[in-house]
Design a protein around this ligand. Structure first.
Ligand code: IPD
Ligand code: CA
Ligand code: CA
Length: 272
C-alpha cells in the first residue's frame, strides 16, 4: 500500500479506517491505470440494458483489479460491484463502480472516474471517488471531513437557488422511465442553471467541492452514489430523497446540495 499520491494520511494513520482508506485509494489508482491503458490501446465494447448502455474492457478489468486488491487486504469483506454483482457477506463490504461515466469514457469525453465505498453494518464509513482523467481524488471518512487530493473541501454557502449551478442525469431507459424529464423541464423552465455531465459519482463530489450547489437524479444504483453520498455529507452538504427524508442506499431518488438551497430545489422539482 501507499503507492497512491494521496494515501489518506490526512485522516491520521492511527484511525481504525485508515488502512481501508489507503487501500481504497490504491485500488482507485489501479483503475486509473486501466482506464488510461485502454484509452491509449483502444477497446471493444458491448451493451447491457440497451444500445446506449455501454460496457468496455476497462469496466470489467478495473473491477477485477479493485476486487483483487481490496479482498487480498481484507479477505473477510464482501464485495458489490456493478459488473460482477455481489459476493461475500454484507457486514463489511465494498461497493464499487469501476468506471462511472462509461459513455463519456467511450467517447473520450473526460468526465468519468471510479467510485469505491466501504459499508460497515449498513452504514457507509469511507468513500473514495477518483476522477481518473484529471487525477482528482475526493475522499472522506465518516466524522473526519472531506478531502480533495489531501486538502479539505466544503460545499458552497450560496443561498439562492436561482443562479446556483446544478447537475442531474438520466437512466439509459429514460423513454421507459421518463420521470426525471418532468423535473428537468421544471428546473429549466424556472431559469435554473442545470448541467447533465454524465457521471453521477463525480456530480456528487462536485457538490462536495463547491463546484456545484446541487445535484439530483432518479433511479441510480448503490455503486453510483455510496461513496459520493458520504463525501457530500462530510463536506457539510445535505443528501435526501425527493421528499427531504434522509437518503438511504437503493432509494429511487437522490437530492444532494450545499444544504442552503435544498428545500427550494425540492419544491421546484416537485412543481410546488
Ligand atoms: C451512469 C452515470 C450517469 C447516470 C446514469 C448512470 P455508468 O453510470 O453515472 O451519470 O446518469 O444513471 O447509470 O453506467 O456510466 O456507470
Ligand atoms: Ca455508474
Ligand atoms: Ca459503471
Amino acid at each position: 500500500m501507499g503507492t497512491a499520491p494521496y494515501d489518506g494520511g490526512v485522516i491520521g494513520r492511527n484511525h481504525p479506517y485508515y488502512p481501508f482508506l489507503a487501500a481504497m485509494l490504491e485500488a482507485a489508482h489501479l483503475a486509473k491505470g486501466i482506464h488510461a491503458y485502454y484509452l491509449e490501446k483502444g477497446f471493444t465494447h458491448g451493451t447491457k440494458s440497451g444500445p446506449t448502455d455501454l460496457v468496455t474492457q476497462a469496466d470489467h478489468e478495473s473491477e477485477e483489479a479493485i476486487k483483487d486488491l481490496l479482498l487480498s487486504h481484507f479477505p473477510e469483506a464482501g464485495f458489490l460491484g456493478e459488473e460482477g454483482g455481489s459476493e461475500g457477506g454484507k457486514a463489511l463490504r465494498f461497493i464499487v463502480d469501476p468506471l462511472d461515466g462509461t459513455v463519456n469514457y467511450a467517447h473520450g469525453f473526460p468526465f468519468y472516474g471510479v467510485s469505491i465505498a466501504l459499508e460497515v453494518e449498513g452504514k457507509i464509513q469511507v468513500g473514495v471517488v477518483l476522477d481518473t482523467s484529471r487525477d482528482e481524488a475526493f475522499y472522506a471518512v465518516r466524522g473526519e471531513g472531506a478531502f480533495l487530493n489531501g486538502r479539505p473541501i466544503r460545499v458552497t454557502k450560496r443561498k439562492e437557488l436561482l443562479g446556483s449551478l446544478l447537475a442531474t442525469g438520466f437512466p439509459y431507459d429514460v423513454a421507459k422511465d421518463p420521470e426525471n424529464l418532468t423535473y428537468f423541464h421544471r428546473a429549466l423552465s424556472q431559469g435554473l442553471l442545470v448541467r447533465r455531465p454524465g457521471a453521477a459519482a463525480l456530480d456528487l463530489v462536485y457538490v462536495a467541492a463547491g463546484r456545484l450547489e446541487g445535484f439530483w437524479e432518479v433511479k441510480l444504483n448503490p455503486w453510483d452514489v455510496a461513496a459520493g453520498w458520504l463525501i457530500v455529507e462530510e463536506a457539510g452538504g445535505k443528501v435526501t430523497d425527493l421528499e427531504g427524508r434522509p437518503y438511504r442506499l437503493g432509494h429511487r431518488y437522490i437530492v444532494a446540495t450545499n444544504g442552503e438551497i435544498h428545500e427550494a430545489l425540492i419544491q421546484t422539482l416537485l412543481g410546488r
